[in-house]
Ligand binder design. Structure first.
Ligand SMILES: O=C(O)CCC(=O)C(=O)O
Ligand SMILES: [Fe+2]
Length: 298
């Protein structure tokens, strides 16, 4: 039987969204399904524009994560998460040097880095190289695998065999639910179909990232998009007044729009849409970013 779990966005201007699952491949009673099928057909017909044509506007989902969920994410990521720990093998046992898993991630194009390389960047993303000692003081204790620059570090929480998905299940359901319900966004492949065809729900998760930005940090590269991904969500984990600057910026006809997010609010957008994080001038900004990429099915 199909089960549908309606989440409850606290902002009434957010359209209702539904997360539905059907383990028996039964027809789902989903309002969005026709639109999803249309999006899929357009994609298969090559009509969907993935190269920067007209895209759906970004959508703000208010209070997608609760304060408790955010506190737990930050606690687990720093204390008992993917950062100081080793990699996990498929059977759940720990193996800090599991080349097999690392290779699997690397060859499938995942963003990955070895837990050992916390001091410098890896070549997989390869923007800049910052030694740990050069990091902004506020970020020295932030869990991270990679430093974009001295004011911006990132922790890859999909590492270790979907650590985030396996560990922070409640937060994951909320995030996944928000993303799946918007899978009809123009240009995005209908990810919900993953469920229909019995592919594991994690197969299209490219990356789950925890970002810490300190003074001087930001993501101001002109033309930044999440190339190779379909759908991106960014959840603000810090209070908006915990940092100066650090706005999430998208562009409408070339005009920058700074989105005012509260703690727990998310912005969901087609990964090919241009976006930036304005430079942080004080304090700390924390965000959680999930990117989905096309299922291998398509
Ligand atoms: O921190 C954010 O909210 C966005 C980060 C981002 O755009 C990226 O990692 O590609
Ligand atoms: Fe991005």
């Amino acid at each position: 039987m199909a089960t549908a779990v309606a989440s409850s966005p606290s902002d009434p201007s957010s359209p209702p969204f539904v997360w539905a699952k059907d383990s028996n491949n039964e027809e789902l009673d989903l309002e969005l399904k026709p639109a999803q099928l249309q999006a899929k057909e357009e994609y298969l017909d090559g009509e969907a524009d993935h190269q920067g044509g007209p895209l759906e506007e970004p959508l703000v989902l208010r209070k997608l994560l609760s304060d408790e969920q955010i506190d737990l994410i930050l606690k687990e990521a720093a204390a008992d998460g993917v950062w100081p720990r080793g990699l996990y093998k498929q059977d759940g046992t720990k193996d800090r040097h599991s080349a097999a898993i690392r290779e699997q991630h690397d060859t499938s194009g995942w963003r990955s880095s070895t837990p050992e390389t916390t001091t410098t960047t890896t070549s997989t993303i390869g923007e800049s190289t910052v030694a740990r000692s050069e990091l902004n003081e506020d970020l020295l204790s932030a869990p991270h695998h990679f430093a974009w620059n001295d004011g911006h570090v990132v922790l890859y929480m999909h590492n270790e065999n979907h650590w985030f998905v396996r560990t922070l299940t409640e937060a994951w359901s909320a995030i996944r639910g928000g993303m799946e319900a918007r899978s009809w966004m123009k240009g995005a492949i209908p990810v919900l179909d993953m469920e229909f065809i019995g592919v594991s729900a994690e197969d299209d998760v490219r990356t789950v990232e925890l970002h810490h930005y300190g003074p001087g940090g930001g993501l101001t590269t002109a033309g930044h998009r999440d190339c190779g991904s379909e759908l991106t969500i960014s959840v603000l984990l810090s209070e908006p007044d915990a940092s100066e600057g650090g706005d999430f910026v998208t562009y409408e006809k070339g005009v920058p729009i700074a989105h005012k997010l509260n703690r727990g609010d998310a912005i969901l957008f087609n990964s090919m849409s241009l976006h930036n994080i304005s430079t942080i001038t004080g304090g700390l900004r924390q965000s959680l970013v999930v990117e989905l990429w096309p299922s291998k099915r398509y």
